[in-house]
Design a protein around this ligand. Structure first.
Ligand code: HEC
Length: 250
């Protein structure tokens, strides 16, 4: 009799255990419901390579052309962003950043009495002078051009704003820094011209393209004998002068 009872107890225990084994995952499944992700693996939000690449491909400003026509008032207004840290007057005090009087053409990390970062001192070894190009690149993205600089400023993306600002900075003690001659290789459309082609020839090619309905090698060109030099030039898509930025696409 007691033997039967024990058997029942054991059976009961086994059944109860089996019930727990079967039921617990179901119940926990209800509580901790997890769905398979739509995409397996991690998605890493990396910055696009192309963005940086396109920027690099952009022609540097043609200073000989853009400086004489820069908007100095707009440049002075743009300097408001710098004034929290910089003065630009002769003998002006250093703030968080060094005084910038005469900075165009000045030695990098060259203002006496300012404690530059190691990064800026190191940059001086690679690029000793604040040339127009050097300033333009630095002000586009200070932390990219001088990694580790203590100038905590994101940069000015807009090219014309930088040109205006640099033109105005030049009037603050850098008037002696000569404006270079216009450089055809930096002018819009220069990228499309084959090496060694004069810009005048490209202009002629565009006029020829316009005259023949914009199609290269389309209608017979009556100007062939008169302007043989334009015929050897591959015709660029017309016209490019209205948008200085579209040279990056060609
Ligand atoms: C938040 C403060 C801050 C702002 C805003 C700022 N700068 Fe600076 N700037 C600095 C500091 C700090 C340095 C020194 C960097 C170093 O030593 O790494 C510096 C360095 C420079 C240098 C190099 C000077 C030299 O003698 O080598 C130039 C040029 C410059 N800044 C221009 C500008 C211009 C133009 C603006 C405005 C568009 C600007 N900065 C905005 C803090 C600032």
């Amino acid at each position: 009799m007691s033997g039967d009872l024990n058997t029942n107890k054991i059976l009961g225990a086994v059944l109860a255990t089996a019930f727990v084994i079967v039921a617990v995952p179901q119940v926990t499944g209800l509580i901790y419901h997890s769905e398979a992700p739509e995409k397996m693996g991690y998605f890493v939000d990396a910055p696009e390579e192309a963005a940086g690449g396109a920027e690099e491909a952009e022609l540097p400003p043609d200073w000989g052309t853009v400086l004489p026509t820069a908007d100095l008032a707009a440049g002075e207004a743009a300097f408001a962003r710098c004034q929290a840290c910089h003065t630009a007057t002769a003998g002006g005090p250093n703030g968080t950043g060094p005084n910038l009087f005469g900075v165009v053409g000045r030695a990098v990390a060259g203002h006496a009495g300012f404690a530059y970062s190691e990064a800026m001192v190191g940059h001086k070894a690679e690029a000793p002078t604040w040339s127009l190009d050097a300033l333009d690149q630095f002000l586009t993205a200070p932390g990219r051009v001088v990694p580790g600089t203590k100038m905590s400023f994101a940069g000015i993306r807009d090219t014309q704003t930088r040109v205006n600002l640099i033109a105005w900075l030049r009037t603050q003690g850098s008037g002696g820094y000569a404006i270079p001659a216009p450089d055809p290789a930096r002018q819009p459309g220069a990228a499309a011209a084959p090496a060694g082609t004069e810009p005048a020839t490209e202009q002629g090619a565009q006029e020829a393209a316009a005259a023949s309905g914009g199609q290269a090698g389309g209608a017979p060109d009556t100007g062939a004998a008169a302007r043989p030099e334009t015929q050897t030039t591959p015709v660029a898509p017309p016209p490019s002068d209205s948008n200085p930025n579209n040279n990056t696409e060609r």
